[in-house]
Design a protein around this ligand. Structure first.
Ligand code: ZN
Length: 102
């Protein structure tokens, strides 16, 4: 009868990933390797919600089969980077725009 008993949420479905997100600085080297330029201070616009923020401010997940970059505002995937056989494949469908830092 304790409303704050721990463990009461153990069976609740969890939509939020339990994996802690890193920030865009975690893929600074990858971005340079792929785009041949420093992009952590570049402004990226989310194609889903339109929110503009610096690349280093996006949420980065490195634990998947590839690197996934998500918008911190709406959680949409803005970039996926997969490396296979020495070639980096980049999916930018979720990125509306990418502008160099002023
Ligand atoms: Zn968004």
């Amino acid at each position: 009868m304790n409303p704050v008993a721990s463990g009461s949420n153990a069976s609740d479905p969890q939509e939020v990933s339990p994996i802690a997100a890193l920030d865009g600085n975690a893929i600074a080297g990858t971005l340079i390797a792929v785009f041949d330029t420093e992009l952590t201070t570049a402004i990226g616009a989310c194609a889903s919600c339109g929110r503009r923020s610096r690349m280093r401010e996006f949420a980065v997940y490195l634990r998947g089969p590839g690197t996934v970059v998500r918008c911190r505002h709406c959680a949409a995937v803005v970039m996926v980077i997969v490396e296979a056989h020495g070639v980096s494949c980049v999916d930018l469908q979720g990125l509306l725009a990418l502008e160099p830092a002023a």
